[in-house]
Design a protein around this ligand. Structure first.
Ligand code: 26Q
Length: 750
């Protein structure tokens, strides 16, 4: 198959081709196969609208889903070519930033595999999220030109006009085919691009004229919103996205022969966080243009739209000044005002209106005018119901529901950890690939041979990662050391700084002569938002600490801190299989769910975490012997915020904590770093510490020490790994999507 393809394309033998040539040949092969697949059919269609789709490289997963991976791998082997080098020829699409975007990508895979009729809809950012470079122990941002002439995108012949206040622009539609796994059918990811976009207006890193909307609109994901022009650009992006999406939905409805008034019977719109919320007034506006009255249009749209909340942080719930909307999208302002008036008429209590103090509260619009509101883990949904959105839960209890997140096992075990996939399949047969709950069948394989094979697989993955890190960053990893991994966006609430304080503690212990039984490698991967100063300070402190350790011959044989540059899906696929310990240490109540925690568990890492997000459900499943829990629980934390009872200074003054925080400003650190950045972090920890790092620090150190000690009993540790893998089935996104279908979308049952 592949041999013929390259012969035809490049007129030479596979063995003579470069990896770029082979990659292009396989991409074409897949694209042809996918083009030939029929679309999933069904009466009702889902539109999953999202500002992010963090899809990762597509080659391996497409080959798997199309059922031709083995055949291609065999041909490659016969030609003496490596699959790993082939994969590296693909640039990673840069269409997302973190959990919410990666979740959307896992969902697309599961929706197609469960043969539900549903497309993703979003934007085609030319440079997407910035590329991260380290220099002077700091993060620098570069554009990420991932879009190449040959890509997975197919240009459609569909254009929509988007009317802004003072001018209009054209949106052009591109599609990426999403094949189901062994289904012989596909859905699509629909991405809109700005016709008049100009890549060449970007200079000097990621700087560009933020006011030149006609040329900049689809250049970057989340342009820096620390100033007014940046914020306005975000509103432009969002309205552009939803207007194109709404026009597409109504066009498809009409082409299927249905009336605009039948929208809710034939379409369902899932709003992924508040970024696409303006689709509600936009759909109402377009229905009214087609002659539907306001009241009926509002009723139809309310039966079509459902909202997913991904955050408890108040600052992340979007609120836009109505004055900004008047500039960007004046045609929906009157509609929003009327929706607000009706909401206030029905529910005059304070805090329920859509417009308050001149700000449009997007989440409130979603709740009043959508039929479903869901959180993304049990605890998260409970907190929404009981505190954050309590007033709304009281008036609309029937709208609230939980959908605990999940991950696609096709990418997060089959593609990224073939050794573990093979191990599981040998024990259980192929069935677990259809029904992930069957993984529980692994529980009984506690025999010596199975356990030692599990340890061997972990070792293989660690060696593979070591090779990669050496090649990428020139850093050597000791594969005999414990790999302790924290990979996620950089945010204070995720508390990478607490991990840093542990490392400082360990460093001081070793300096004091307390040598650990085995070396430890701490791996981090994280990008900080370009305008998030404290997050960048934390990166800086970690990079400085890495150097401090490296330069200290007394400590460096025992500790290593590696910050993987430009963390992305590709790097996650290498890091996750190699992890021994999964750091999930957010301040309880702040992490909506987390999904990295699930990927790491599935790959046999043991969680060290707080009872936050989906960690709670992980703990319920694996039991206390197979997870390391610490820290204050969410009711206590919520209580501390309410009573303003947390004072970081009191914790700082404890003799166990003071030397750790003080170390930030001592000679070894200052010799590596920037006193201003380190000083700012020190000041924050000692005077503010909004996410209560010091509150949980001592217990964190204690429990982490216990985990490292337990690691030395290799058989017992392997059992913990086995139980984690066996209990991971619940976190398959196939389960999550089946629940969305059953409770919200009802694509098949209507
Ligand atoms: C908002 C306003 C202005 C600028 C940016 C934003 C913004 C951008 C991105 C707000 C939020 C996001 C992304 C949020 C996100 O990724 N949330 C994560 O979603 C995951 C999937 O549900 C959860 O597992 C994580 O717990 C949650 O943090």
């Amino acid at each position: 198959m592949l041999n013929e393809k390259v012969q035809h394309l490049w007129n030479k033998e596979l063995s003579q081709c470069s990896y770029e040539e082979i990659y292009l040949a396989i991409q074409q092969l897949c694209k042809e196969k996918m083009q030939a697949l029929p679309l999933v059919q069904g009466k009702r269609k889902l539109y999953y609208i999202s500002a992010e789709f963090l899809i990762g490289r597509l080659l391996t997963c497409n080959l798997i889903n199309l059922g031709i991976y083995q055949q291609v791998a065999q041909e490659m082997e016969q030609a003496g070519k490596s699959m790993a080098l082939l994969e590296d020829a693909e640039p990673e699409p840069s269409l997302g930033n973190g959990g919410l975007g990666r979740l959307a990508a896992c969902f697309l895979d599961s929706i197609a595999t469960l043969q539900l009729r549903g497309d993703g809809v979003g934007l085609c950012y030319h440079y997407g999220l910035f590329q991260q470079k380290f220099h002077d122990n700091k993060q620098w941002e570069q554009p990420n030109p991932w879009l190449q002439p040959n890509s997975w995108l197919t240009k459609e012949n569909i254009t929509f006009t988007v009317p802004f206040g003072k001018f209009t622009v054209e949106g052009e539609l591109y599609s990426i085919d999403i094949p189901g796994c062994d289904t012989n059918s596909k859905n699509r990811l629909r991405l809109f691009d700005l016709k008049s976009v100009q890549e060449n207006i970007v200079q000097d890193g990621i700087q560009f004229d933020k006011e030149d909307i006609r040329q900049n609109l689809t250049l970057f994901l989340y342009p820096d919103d620390s100033d007014q022009a940046g914020r306005l650009l975000r509103v432009y992006q969002q309205y552009f996205m939803v207007s194109c999406a709404a026009q597409l939905i109504l066009k498809e409805l009409e082409e299927a022969g249905h009336a605009p008034t039948e929208l809710a019977e034939y379409a369902v719109v899932q709003i992924n966080d508040t970024h696409p919320s303006m689709i509600i007034p936009e759909l109402i506006r377009l229905l009214m243009e087609k002659g539907v009255g306001f009241t009926e249009a509002t009723d139809i749209v309310s039966r079509t739209c459902a909202y997913t909340n991904h955050t408890i942080l108040a600052e992340a719930l979007e609120k836009w000044p109505i004055s900004s909307l008047e500039i960007v999208a004046p045609r929906i302002v009157a509609i929003i005002r009327e929706l607000d008036r009706l909401a206030k008429e029905a529910y005059p209590q304070k805090g329920l209106g859509i417009i308050e103090d001149g700000l449009v509260h997007m989440a409130r619009m979603d709740i009043h005018y959508g039929f479903s509101v869901n959180g993304v883990a049990q605890l998260h949904t409970e907190i929404l119901e009981q505190s954050e959105l309590k007033n709304f839960f009281e008036i609309y209890p029937e709208k609230f529901n939980n959908k605990t997140n999940g991950i696609t096992f096709r990418r997060w075990i089959t593609a990224c950890n073939p050794w573990l996939d093979e191990f599981v399949t040998k024990k259980l047969g192929q069935g677990w690939k259809q029904d992930a709950n069957l993984l529980e069948g692994l529980e009984k394989f506690e025999d010596e041979e199975s356990l030692s094979r599990l340890l061997e697989i972990k070792q293989t993955c660690k060696e593979q990662l070591a090779e990669y890190v050496l090649h990428q960053q020139g850093i050597e990893l000791d594969t005999n050391s414990i790999f302790d991994i924290q990979i996620k966006r950089l945010h204070e609430y995720k508390r990478q700084q607490m991990n840093l304080l542990y490392i400082i503690w360990k460093y001081q212990q070793i300096k004091g002569g307390k040598i650990p039984p085995r070396p430890i490698t701490f791996l981090f991967g994280a990008k900080a938002a370009p305008a998030y100063i404290l997050a960048k300070d934390i990166i800086h402190a970690l990079l400085c600490m890495a150097k401090v350790i490296e330069n200290d011959p007394q400590v460096s044989p025992w500790l290593k801190l590696v910050f993987v540059e430009n963390y992305n899906v590709t790097k996650a696929e290498k890091l996750i299989p190699a992890a021994d310990i999964s750091e999930q240490i957010s301040l309880a109540s702040k992490e909506a769910s987390g999904t990295g925690n699930m990927k790491l568990m599935l790959n046999g890492a043991i969680t060290l975490g707080t009872l936050d997000g989906a960690n709670v459900e992980i703990a319920q499943r694996v039991g206390e012997d197979n997870i390391y829990l610490f820290g204050k629980k969410s009711p206590e934390v919520i209580g501390l915020y309410e009573s303003r009872g947390y004072c970081s200074r009191e914790y700082y003054q404890r003799p166990e904590i003071e030397p750790l925080v003080d170390f930030l400003l001592q000679k070894p650190m200052l010799a590596q770093g920037d006193a201003e950045c380190l000083g700012r972090l020190y000041q924050d920890l000692t005077h503010k510490d909004w996410f209560m790092t010091l509150l949980d620090l001592e217990e964190y150190i204690e429990v982490k020490e216990k985990a490292f000690a337990d690691y030395e009993n290799r058989t017992e540790w392997a059992k913990k790994m086995l139980h984690n893998i066996a209990q991971a089935g619940f976190f398959s996104s196939d389960r999550t999507i089946a629940q969305y279908e059953q409770d919200i979308w009802k694509l098949k049952s209507i």
